[in-house]
Design a protein around this ligand. Structure first.
Ligand code: S3P
Length: 437
């Protein structure tokens, strides 16, 4: 479907965000591995998590989803313990969700059967060997297709592992922790930098004793049973990101975002926008589901260019498409480095950002590990496409709100993968945005 975005201004209001995507995935899969019933409210009910639900059900787990609003539901998972899964009758299809595929690799590595895992063309181009290789080292049999999906996984009684992770990836860390839950010896993972730590927090909440100091995670999993959870998922910082940049770059706007997850491993964009001079207040800091949460208040205003490199890159790894909109508004130079991982996401996010924002008049210079923008640059209207990347679709919509003419985004319904209420939320704030066809 096409999304039509017209120039808008004075967006105001207070919104609550759908539940965090990463925490929602973990609640489902760890809930399935627990002994008892897990309940998660404000759970993200979107395309990416629907794929995980299908796969978990195909492994014999009962999952109930009671919708509570656009993109939200109360999730109930009837956990089967670490050893209660059934062999799936068909290949497990992960759609475009790398999180689903990589987390399943960790779980399936511990199960005494063979399963095939696959996804659509976009997911088949993403690297899986980085997960397969350490799981093989622990004793699982994993065949990839030249390092990619489709994958054939035969689980085993796994050995412990001491492993130096080549990338600071929370998906890799989580896949290894899931496998480690069924391992027969101690596990030590060394991470080269901070990656999102939701799995560690959730496992602690489920009764697992582990240590995490200076990037070294250790635990001795023998005989663990996971206690089920009952909690409310905090609002997704990666969904809030679109509204943060909308508020900063759409003239006359003030937007309040209630109950957003402010976990340090997720606030890279917030930190960079503040460093650019963005007016963002954090109020009512509190804890929810073992995660820090706050209400954000954001106001439109001038921004200045900034250099983004080093550890902050992983803390905002999903936010670069929408960060581009802020950088185009900023006076002076913005340089992104150390971000080659962007080329391995739902799309090659360096190439598609240059291509699609370029159609709206943006001049962006690509580098192998980032990009460079000299601003401010006023975008004009035009027709662009999502490349089946939900975050690119929403970022182009945010750009359209402050362009001089309408922006038409083809295949924008891809945004339902992670933020089904995105368009309605912007409409509530006063934006001139609508679906066509
Ligand atoms: C995620 C980790 C990140 C992120 C993805 C979700 C997670 O990927 O890009 O959207 O839930 O663990 P990497 O671990 O590959 O960096």
């Amino acid at each position: 479907m096409k999304l039509i975005v017209n120039p808008s201004q004075n967006l105001t209001g207070r919104v609550t965000l759908p539940g965090d995507k990463s925490i929602s995935h973990r609640a489902l899969l760890l809930g399935a591995m627990a002994d008892g019933v897990t309940t998660a409210r404000n759970w993200l009910n979107a395309g990416v998590t629907a794929r995980m639900v299908d796969c978990v059900r195909a492994l014999g787990v009962a999952v109930d989803i009671e919708p509570t609003g656009p993109g939200r539901a109360t999730l109930t998972v009837h956990g089967r313990g670490l050893a209660g899964f059934q062999p799936p009758a068909e290949p497990l299809f992960c759609g475009g969700s790398a999180t689903t595929m990589r987390f399943l690799m960790g779980l399936l590595a511990t199960q005494p059967f063979t399963a095939v895992v696959d996804g659509h063309a976009g997911l088949r181009r993403r690297p899986m060997e980085r997960i397969a290789q350490p799981l093989r080292q622990m004793g699982a049999t994993i065949e990839t297709t030249d390092g990619h999906a489709p994958l054939t996984i035969t689980g085993a009684r796994l050995a412990g592992i001491e492993y130096e992770m080549p990338v600071a990836s929370a998906q890799l860390q989580t896949a290894l922790l899931l496998a480690a839950l069924g391992a027969e010896g101690p596990v030590t993972l060394r991470q080269p930098g901070p990656a999102r730590d939701h799995t560690l927090r959730m496992l602690r909440g489920m009764g697992v004793e582990l240590t995490d100091a200076a990037g070294v995670i250790t635990f001795n999993p023998v005989g663990f049973r996971l206690q089920p959870l009952d909690f409310t998922v905090p609002g997704d910082m990666s969904a809030a990101a679109f509204l943060l940049v909308t508020a900063l770059t759409t003239p006359g706007s003030t937007i309040e975002l209630a109950g957003v997850n402010t976990n340090f491993t997720r606030t890279g964009l917030l930190d960079m926008l503040q460093a650019m001079g963005g007016t963002i207040e954090l109020n009512g800091a509190r804890e929810q589901a073992g995660e820090p949460v706050a209400d954000l208040r954001v106001q439109a205003g001038p921004l200045a260019g900034v250099e983004v490199c080093g550890e902050v890159v992983v803390r905002m790894i999903d936010e670069f498409p929408v960060f581009t909109v802020a950088a185009l508004h900023a006076a002076g130079q913005t340089l992104v480095r150390d971000a080659a991982e962007l080329r391995l996401k739902e799309s090659d996010r360096i190439a598609v950002v240059v291509e699609e924002f370029g159609k709206l008049g943006a001049a962006i210079t690509a580098h192998p590990d980032g990009f460079e923008i000299s601003g401010p640059q006023q975008l004009h209207g035009g027709q662009v496409r999502s490349h089946r990347d939900h975050r690119l679709a929403m970022s182009l919509a945010v750009a359209g709100l402050s362009a001089t003419e309408p922006v038409v985004i083809d295949d924008a319904d891809e945004l339902h993968e992670s933020f089904p209420g995105f368009v309605e939320t912007l409409q509530t704030l006063g934006a001139d945005i609508r679906w066509q066809g």
